[in-house]
Structures are given as structure tokens and as C-alpha cells.
Design a protein around this ligand. Structure first.
Ligand code: FES
Length: 264
């Protein structure tokens, strides 16, 4: 494949965005995350594709890399389309530092369009996909047009939310804020509070209760856990993960290992 005239090696299963980044080409993106499937929502990663006599713009995060493709990442049509995308995002989320940086880098005036909404969410959908990947399914897109947003059903705290914070972790704009308390934390955007479970050994709060409860269910349903020694130990360690904090689990494991070594 060729990017900006340079021949680059492609790898099976890669997208154009992944090949380009691995080969040292910069393409901006907001809704791409290497741990989650491609979505093509923000359109920032647009590139120009040359195929025979055809030339078209495509989102590089959803375009499979293949031999013979000719890609331009900084052509005039790409720069124009990228500038439009940034300007429209600014009209929705005008106070986001990440957009201001992008606008500056791409030479886009900050006030090309009037501000339509004041939000920190660019509707990239990363939080929805992360929630689904973890198994929570607490979030989805709701409403349409200018009112479109991401929220739990009926905009009420969801029973499906596990408190894993994957949504806050992947959010590219920092729209999902977490307020920490001594025994619980709250995902402010979803108004969802989660109580921490305390470590059975040291008593320190260490993980959201609902997440550890779910973790137990996953293990119980795990058909792959056999009674063999290795799998058995893994199952015990896994079960303890819901009761012991990481530090206590580590020291328990270290004690177990030194006992085993002493017996030999
Ligand atoms: Fe490709 Fe958002 S990163 S569309």
C-alpha cells in the first residue's frame, strides 16, 4: 500500500489508520480506540483514497488496508473535510481543549459556526462501545438531531452500570467525570453512585461492589475453569479478586508460593 507516495507494509486485519500510524503517519482521530471495534463516528480520520481513476474520501479507521491502495493523508480535500469536521464539533462543544488544540494544529478558525449546544460530549460513542465490551450495556444513544445524547435508559441511574469506569477511561474529551468519596464514587454524567467493596483482609475500599458481584457471576458461569491444579488456583485467585484488594492478593500469592517452595 502507498501512503503519501511512500510504500508501506500492510498486516492482515489492519485498517488504513492502524497501518498509517504504525508506519509513522499522523492522522487525527477521536472515536478510535485500539481496544474497541471501529465505528467511524467522528470523521476526523478521513483520508483520500486513489483507486484507478477514482478518488474519494473515506474514514481510515473503518477502511481495511489492502495491497495496491494509494492513500493521501494531507491532500487539499482531506484538509478541507477535516477542517469542516472540527468546525462542526466546535459548534457543539466549543469549550473543549482537545478541539481547540486540533483547530490550532489544522488552522481552523474557532468561530466558523455559531455555538449550537454547550456540551462536552462529541457523540463519538466510545463509552457506549466500552460499556458493551465490559458487559454492562448501561449506555446507548438517545434522541435525535441536535438533542442526540448518550445516556442510560430514561436518563436514570442504571442497574446495568457495573461501575467499571470504562466509559470515563475511554472518553476522549473528559466529559464523563467521576466524583470520589470515601466509601463510594459517582459517575456525574449518569448520576450513578457506586459503593466500594472493602478488602476482606485489610479493610480498605478497593472496587465497586456491583462490579465484583458481576465478576463472581462471570467466574461461576466460566465453563473453561476445570478442576486441574492450574485452573483451580486461577479460579481461587479469581474468586478472591472480588474479596481482596490487589495488594492483599499479591501478598497472599507470595505466601502461597513460598510455602510451595519450602515443601519441595
Ligand atoms: Fe475514524 Fe472517528 S476515528 S471516524
Amino acid at each position: 500500500m502507498f501512503i503519501n507516495g511512500c510504500q508501506v507494509e500492510i498486516r492482515a486485519g489492519e485498517t488504513v489508520l492502524e497501518t498509517a500510524r504504525r508506519s509513522g503517519f499522523q492522522i487525527p482521530s477521536l472515536c478510535y480506540h485500539e481496544g474497541l471495534g471501529a465505528y467511524g463516528g467522528c470523521r476526523l480520520c478521513l483520508v483520500e483514497v486513489e483507486e484507478g481513476k477514482n478518488r474519494f474520501l473515506a474514514a481510515s479507521c473503518t477502511l481495511p488496508a489492502r495491497a495496491g491502495l494509494r492513500i493521501l493523508t494531507e491532500s487539499q480535500p482531506v484538509q478541507k473535510a477535516r477542517a469542516q469536521v472540527i468546525a462542526l464539533l466546535l459548534a457543539r462543544c466549543g469549550n473543549l481543549p482537545v478541539l481547540h488544540d486540533l483547530a490550532e494544529r489544522c488552522g481552523v478558525p474557532q468561530d466558523l459556526y455559531p455555538r449550537l449546544v454547550e456540551d462536552e460530549c462529541i457523540l463519538c460513542g466510545l463509552c457506549v462501545r466500552a460499556c458493551e465490551a465490559v458487559g454492562g450495556r448501561a449506555l446507548s444513544f438517545t434522541w435525535r438531531g441536535i438533542k442526540r445524547k448518550v445516556s442510560p435508559p430514561f436518563e436514570k441511574p442504571s442497574e446495568e452500570c457495573l461501575g467499571c469506569r470504562a466509559c470515563a477511561h475511554v472518553c476522549p474529551t473528559g466529559a464523563i467525570k467521576v466524583e470520589e468519596g470515601p466509601v463510594s464514587f459517582t459517575l456525574l454524567r449518569w448520576k450513578t453512585e457506586h459503593t466500594y467493596v472493602r478488602c476482606r483482609s485489610c479493610g480498605r475500599p478497593f472496587a465497586p461492589l456491583r462490579f465484583t458481584e458481576n465478576f463472581g457471576t462471570i467466574l461461576e458461569g466460566g465453563a473453561g475453569v476445570s478442576s486441574g491444579t492450574g485452573a483451580g488456583t486461577a479460579a481461587v485467585a479469581g474468586a478472591l479478586a472480588g474479596e481482596l484488594c490487589p495488594a492483599c492478593r499479591r501478598s497472599l500469592r507470595a505466601r502461597e508460593l513460598s510455602r510451595t517452595a519450602a515443601k519441595r
